[in-house]
Design a protein around this ligand. Structure first.
Ligand SMILES: [Zn+2]
Ligand SMILES: [Zn+2]
Length: 428
């Protein structure tokens, strides 16, 4: 029997309202309340003095590029980046090549996931080929093991098709995750539409394009009862729409990315393509509204939208560079900086957004240190300052705006099912 004894850390388990110095024990892959004296003698020990010990982080929004673009990331390297960032459970998006719109591709992903160092769950497409024209086979996707449906990267434009999608998804007990973007408002757009896009002479993506789809999804959810989750909310108005909908009891949820709470379009002054993403960075007022949404529960979780791209693709004119940045290895320190140090969130609230609440949205077996739950743990030093070097990270790609910057808060060890998979900067 494999035994693990994590000693003397600040144990934070928001699901149990636990925040106290103590020990955590794992036996045979699951948390247990204690070990017998004989077991303690045999157990592997991790010294957690001075560290925070929390459930392994959960990210319901990553892109691992397998199959099809494995020069950017594979499930194996993406999972290593996750482990290095303290994540033990991740949900990968289906916009691979080919897209995961059929059981065969999902099986391929699930097979690669078996060998990964963290738990990787697949999603399936809402529509065939993510073309937004006809539904993908939701029933066989569910049988193949997807945990949600999404056309992330794209947004189903037809309201009629989206209505049928959420009604089918509900029959199969699957949540629809939506990338909210009205395409008719964003043709050729590469950044937020506003004073900054005018100054830089770049085509703007107005927040109205997100707000319209968020409103559409709220209406469809209210009408059908189906759960719709809004991915990477970037606009103040979208936060307010969600707040009102939740007050009315509509079954909608939302997520925020670390980059949308840390950065604004003001950072684009030198056309750095590592600040180009979709939805784009917006204004300070939007950034503040997203933080307020996380504070009052309007937004339910943090999702990184980890989106690896090769250097030669990002190293182009701003207009032509692909959207997206990597985020798994920097998410925790960025959230600690923005939410805890700058906005006075309590540490357990931030951990809650990155563990229990993310897991609950998709009913994943993760996000708590409770006895009987899978023994997944993140150990981090909330106060250690270090310099993030994306070229030395575990992701295959390096497209991070935090490359070369000092970050505070560092993951020291990551445990999956009682097994130490990352420790002191190395994958075990
Ligand atoms: Zn997206
Ligand atoms: Zn995405």
């Amino acid at each position: 029997m494999s035994l693990l004894w994590i000693q003397g850390g600040r144990v934070i388990d928001p699901a149990a309202k636990r925040d106290a110095k103590g020990d955590v024990f794992v036996a045979d892959g699951k948390f247990v309340r204690s070990l017998t004296p004989a077991q303690k003698k045999r157990a592997r020990r991790l010294d957690a003095r001075g560290l925070a010990v929390c459930p392994g982080l959960v990210d319901i929004h990553v892109h691992f590029r397998e199959p099809g673009q494995t020069h950017k990331e594979t499930i194996a390297t993406g999972a290593q980046a996750a482990a290095a960032g303290g994540f033990t459970t991740v949900v990968c998006m289906p916009n691979t090549a080919p897209p995961a719109d059929n059981a065969g591709t999902v099986e391929l992903i699930n097979n690669a996931a078996k060998a990964a160092v963290v738990r990787v769950y697949p999603t399936g497409c809402i529509t065939a080929g993510m073309k937004g024209q006809q539904l993908a086979p939701h029933g066989s996707l569910k049988k193949a093991g997807v945990v949600a449906l999404t056309d992330d990267g794209l947004c189903v434009q037809s309201n009629e098709l989206m209505r049928r999608a959420v009604e089918y998804a509900r029959m199969f007990d699957l949540t629809v995750l939506d990338h909210c973007q009205d395409d008719s408002l964003t043709h050729g757009a590469v950044m937020n539409e506003g004073a900054m896009s005018t100054r830089l002479g770049l085509r703007g993506w107005p927040h109205a394009a997100e707000d319209i789809i968020v409103a559409r999804n709220i209406i469809l959810s209210a009408y059908s009862g189906a759960h719709i989750h809004m991915q990477h909310i970037s606009s103040a108005m979208s936060v307010e729409l969600l707040r009102r909908a939740k007050k009315d009891g509509v079954n909608v949820t939302g997520e925020a990315t670390p980059h949308h709470i840390a950065l604004t379009d003001a950072a684009l002054h030198d056309y750095d393509t590592n600040l180009k993403m979709n939805p784009p960075l917006r204004t300070e007022a939007d950034r503040r509204a997203i933080i307020a949404g996380l504070r009052d529960g309007t937004l339910d979780c943090i999702g990184t939208d980890h989106a690896p791209h090769a250097a030669d693709e990002k190293d182009r004119e701003f207009d032509f560079a692909p959207n997206g940045i990597i985020g798994l290895e920097t998410a925790l320190p960025v959230c600690l900086e923005v939410l805890v140090r700058k906005n006075r969130f309590k540490l357990p609230q931030v951990i809650d957004l990155m563990t229990r609440r993310a897991a609950e949205l998709l009913k994943l077996p993760a996000g708590t240190l409770a006895a009987g739950a899978p023994g997944d743990v993140c150990l981090f030093d909330p106060d250690e300052t270090w310099t993030y070097d994306a070229t030395k990270g575990f992701s295959k790609s390096r497209n991070s705006p935090w490359h070369g910057q000092k970050l505070t808060g560092r993951v020291k060890a990551t445990v999956v099912g009682g097994k130490v998979v990352f420790e002191n900067g190395r994958i075990a």
